[in-house]
Design a protein. Structure first.
Length: 231
């Protein structure tokens, strides 16, 4: 009888321990969901404000991608070139900007019926989109310049990052469209989150994953601009 009771206690003890561990797991998941929900809402608000003010450009780009169907791009350069040419056909003045690490589209936020470079570009793109450019806030009219990048999201994928960070990156649109301020806001938010992700794992954040390094792929101090001519 004693052996049976002892056996019963021995069998039950791990069950109690499992129950405690299971409760801890539930609390951890609740904490994760609460924390992620708060960050998701803040990041979604940032992305929604970007889309709302540039809704016509987003609609145009979506129409271009729908028309392209199952188009296969040989590489990212082909993707950028195709999108740039398609925007020009719809009246958008477009430059391809190539910095030290990346090529992306710089365009006016509204179509232009003029065809001379002077008419289309009252302000040269080379004068904009630099880091620490205090004049960026003044470019808010319908003719302000915007960044369009079909490869934007790729720059924020981080192997081995937390599930929380991965889900935040997943919220980014497939093709990012925004002003310099928008790029700055998004990069600042996500770079802060990736730093938290590395800190949680007890690792230092690599310098190429820091805010200054990431945002410098678009807000470049030196770049080559090539105007995409109407065909």
């Amino acid at each position: 009888m004693h052996d049976d009771n002892g056996g019963g206690r021995d069998r039950h003890t791990p069950t109690l321990q499992f129950d405690i561990e299971a409760d801890d797991d539930v609390l951890s998941m609740r904490d994760f969901n609460k924390r992620y929900s708060s960050k998701r809402n803040r990041f979604s608000t940032i992305l929604s404000s970007v889309r709302d003010k540039l809704n016509k450009v987003y609609a145009c780009v979506e129409e271009i991608t729908l028309r392209s169907g199952d188009r296969n791009y040989n590489d990212q350069k082909d993707c950028v070139e195709y999108l740039a040419r398609s925007l020009v056909k719809r009246g958008y003045p477009v430059f391809l900007r190539t910095g030290p690490l990346h090529t992306f589209i710089v365009a006016r936020a509204s179509p232009c019926m003029h065809h001379t470079e002077k008419d289309m570009w009252p302000t040269r793109p080379a004068a904009l989109f630099k880091q620490n450019d205090e004049s960026r806030d003044s470019h808010t009219s319908k003719d302000h310049l915007i960044i369009i990048d079909p490869c934007f999201k790729d720059h924020f994928h981080v192997g081995g990052s937390s599930e929380e960070y991965k889900q935040l990156v997943h919220l980014l649109p497939d093709i990012f469209i925004g002003t310099a301020e928008d790029v700055d806001s998004v990069a600042k938010f996500l770079c802060n989150e990736v730093a938290i992700s590395f800190a949680y794992m007890g690792l230092p954040c690599p310098h190429w994953r820091t805010y200054r390094s990431l945002v410098g792929r678009w807000l470049v101090n030196e770049a080559v601009d090539r105007m995409v001519e109407p065909s």
